[in-house]
Design a protein around this ligand. Structure first.
Ligand code: DOR
Ligand code: ZN
Length: 335
C-alpha cells in the first residue's frame, strides 16, 4: 500500500543555527517543499535584515526547499521596517509573549498596549499574517485558555489580519476558530498522537516536554478530529524543536519535541489508523497553500509505503535524541 503526498508543508518549524541547523535541516528540507521557520534564535530575528539573512542562509543550504522565516514581533518595528520586510518577501510575524517559552525574553510584554496595537494595524494594512504563541503566564494547563481574551480582542480589532493560533492544544480553543473568520490554527503531530500521560504518566519523558504542554485525552481527541477531517482552518505545523541532550535532562529540561525525522511517517500512520488517509493531502499541504496564499513552491511528490521505517535513535554523536513516540507503520520510499 502506498500514498503520494504533493508538496508537503510544515507551517511551524524550529531549525536553530550553526551545526544544529546543518544537522536537522535535511529532515525537513528533503520531504517538505516549504516550512514556516520560527525566529526564536539566541539573537531573535527582530529586524527584517536578521530574518532575511537567516532565510538566505537556510535557502543556500537547501536549494529545493523554501524557508518562510517569520519576523519576531517587537515594539521597535514600525511602518518603514514592516514595509521593507514586506517588499523583500517576508509576510509572517511571530508573537511570543515575554518569557512564555524558549528564547522569548525579548517577547512582547503587553500585546494590547497602544504601541503594539499601532504596529499590528500597520501589519494588517500591509497584509502580514500573525502567528501567535497563545499562552498566558498562569497555571501551565490553563495557559492557552487564559489567552483567549487576547485572541478575542485581536480577532475583533484586526478583522483583516489573518491570525494563526499556533500549536493548538486545548479543545476549548476550537470554539474560537469557529467564531472568527480571520482566525486559523496549526496542529502538531505530538498534540494529535499523545496526551499528558506520555510525558508524565510513567517515568518522566523529557523529550516529550513542550510548550504548550500535552493535555488531556479529551483535548487530544478533539484536536485529532479536526486534523482527520482536515478542517478548512487548520494546517499541519510540527513545532519540531531540537534541544541537545545537555539541555534536556530531568532536573532542568528545555521545552521542545524534535519530531522532524518522523513527521510524514507519523502522520500517515495516524491517518491510516483512523481511515482518514484521503484527507492527509489537505491537512499537510492544500489547506496551508490556501490559508497562507502560497505560490511558486518547489514541487515535490513524496511517496510513502506501509512498512516500518528505519530511524536512528539519535544524531550528532548521541547529542540529539530522535524520540520514537508512536509506533510507525509507514516510511518514505527512497527515490
Ligand atoms: O516546546 C516548545 N519549544 N515550544 C515553543 O514554543 C518553543 C520551542 C523551542 O523553540 O524550543
Ligand atoms: Zn514553536
Amino acid at each position: 500500500m502506498q500514498i503520494t503526498l504533493n508538496n508537503p508543508l510544515d507551517m511551524h518549524l524550529h531549525l536553530r543555527e550553526g551545526d544544529l541547523l546543518k544537522a536537522v535541516l535535511p529532515f525537513s528540507a528533503t520531504p517538505f517543499s516549504a516550512a514556516v521557520v520560527m525566529p526564536n534564535l539566541n539573537t531573535p530575528l527582530s529586524t527584517p535584515a536578521l530574518a532575511l539573512e537567516y532565510q538566505e542562509q537556510i535557502a543556500a543550504l537547501a536549494p529545493h526547499f523554501k524557508p518562510l522565516v517569520a519576523l519576531y514581533l517587537n515594539d521597535q518595528l514600525n511602518k518603514a521596517s514592516l514595509q521593507e520586510a514586506k517588499d523583500k518577501g517576508l509576510f509572517l510575524l511571530k508573537l511570543y509573549p515575554k518569557n512564555a517559552t524558549t528564547n522569548s525574553a525579548q517577547g512582547v510584554r503587553d500585546i494590547l498596549s497602544p504601541r503594539m496595537l499601532e504596529i499590528l494595524e500597520i501589519a494588517e494594512n500591509l497584509g502580514f499574517i500573525l502567528c501567535v504563541h497563545a499562552e498566558s503566564a498562569g497555571f501551565v494547563l490553563e495557559r492557552e485558555f487564559e489567552f483567549h481574551p487576547t485572541i478575542h480582542t485581536l480577532a475583533k480589532t484586526f478583522k483583516n489580519l489573518k491570525i494563526i493560533l499556533e500549536h493548538m492544544s486545548d479543545k476549548r480553543s476550537i470554539a474560537l476558530l469557529e467564531q472568527y473568520p480571520n482566525l486559523y490554527a496549526t496542529l502538531t503531530l505530538h498534540h494529535l498522537a499523545l496526551n499528558l500521560d506520555a510525558l508524565a504518566g510513567g517515568t518522566l519523558a523529557p523529550h516529550l516536554f513542550c510548550k504548550p504542554l500535552l493535555k488531556t485525552p479529551k483535548d487530544q481527541q478533539a484536536l485529532l478530529e479536526l486534523a482527520l477531517k482536515a478542517h478548512a482552518k487548520v494546517s499541519f505545523g510540527s513545532d519540531s524543536a531540537p534541544h541537545l541532550v545537555g539541555s534536556k535532562h530531568a532536573c532542568s529540561c528545555a521545552a521542545g519535541v524534535f519530531s522532524a525525522p518522523l513527521l510524514l511517517s507519523g502522520l500517515c500512520t495516524l491517518f491510516d489508523k483512523h481511515n482518514a488517509l484521503e484527507h492527509l493531502q489537505n491537512f499537510v499541504s492544500t489547506n496551508a497553500m490556501r490559508i497562507y496564499g502560497l505560490k511558486d513552491l518547489p514541487q515535490k511528490s513524496i511517496t510513502l509505503e506501509r512498512k516500518p521505517p528505519n530511524l536512528p535513535n539519535s544524531i550528532l554523536n548521541g547529542q540529539l535524541i530522535i524520540p520514537h513516540f508512536m509506533p510507525l507503520e509507514w516510511r518514505i520510499k527512497s527515490h
